[in-house]
Design a protein around this ligand. Structure first.
Ligand SMILES: CC(C)(COP(=O)(O)OP(=O)(O)OC[C@H]1O[C@@H](n2cnc3c(N)ncnc32)[C@H](O)[C@@H]1OP(=O)(O)O)[C@@H](O)C(=O)NCCC(=O)NCCS
Length: 196
């Protein structure tokens, strides 16, 4: 894997030692599993199409939003990540699909470590504070599954996501500069999510 550039990443972790209680989701918010994948694909596609994350932007520029979303949704197992069918959820806010969260575990850690393969909100549901709900669902899903540590990072330019992790009580770790594979696209090996 030959790097052609680097990304500056801000990592955060949540461990089983974190006893902070999670705020309930606000009225109007609920979660659903997409039985057909179509709705999830739509939500992911709209999110990637308007993302400030440089990896998202790069993938959309290369493949178009819908194909970038397809690649993302199809790729966790290639990267030795696993998930149960009912972990991946669409956030419904006042009846509309507003966002998604894709929690996974690392196979090499025997399910003891997890991450967010990707998450986000469609543009019209941003700046409403809903990103915190995405993090809470991640914590409840993975901790219920027996994960001991959740490690995630986000691009240093992604101020809303950084603020959201911070507000939700995740522990901030030192910033890392990570190489970007030449053919990087979301859903491909997001080595930024690899803490080792
Ligand atoms: C990242 C994302 C989920 C954040 O959601 P959001 O709706 O934009 O942000 P929220 O309204 O939930 O706000 C979260 C925090 O960021 C702050 N914020 C919101 N918009 C901001 C902006 N444009 N600049 C700086 N801070 C901002 C909020 O005040 C809030 O801060 P607080 O927790 O200290 O009160 C959303 O922007 C998104 O889907 N982006 C595209 C996909 C993506 O980047 N996913 C994450 C990859 S790691």
């Amino acid at each position: 894997m030959t790097p052609n550039s680097t990304y500056l990443k801000v990592p955060f972790e949540w461990t089983s030692a974190n006893t902070r209680s999670l705020t309930p989701d606000p009225e109007g918010a609920s979660w659903k599993i997409d039985e057909t994948v179509d709705e999830l694909l739509d939500v992911v596609s709209q999110t990637l199409d308007a993302s400030r994350d440089p990896a998202d932007a790069s993938s959309v520029a290369k493949f178009g939003a819908r194909q970038a979303a397809q690649r993302l949704l199809q790729s966790p197992r290639e990267w030795k990540c696993s998930y149960e069918d009912d972990w991946w959820k669409i956030l419904i806010f006042h009846g509309e699909a507003a966002g998604f969260v894709l929690p996974v575990t690392y196979d090499e850690e025997n399910g003891s470590m997890g991450t967010i393969f990707h998450t986000g909100l469609v543009p019209r549901f941003r700046s409403l504070g809903l990103s915190r709900l995405l993090l809470r669902l991640t914590v409840t899903t993975l901790m219920s599954a027996g994960v001991l540590r959740i490690y995630c990072d986000t691009d240093a330019s992604n101020e809303p996501m950084i603020r959201s992790f911070t507000s939700e009580g995740w522990t901030r770790l030192p910033v890392r500069e990570v190489p970007v594979p030449v053919d990087f696209a979301p859903g491909e090996p997001d080595i930024s999510n690899d803490p080792r």
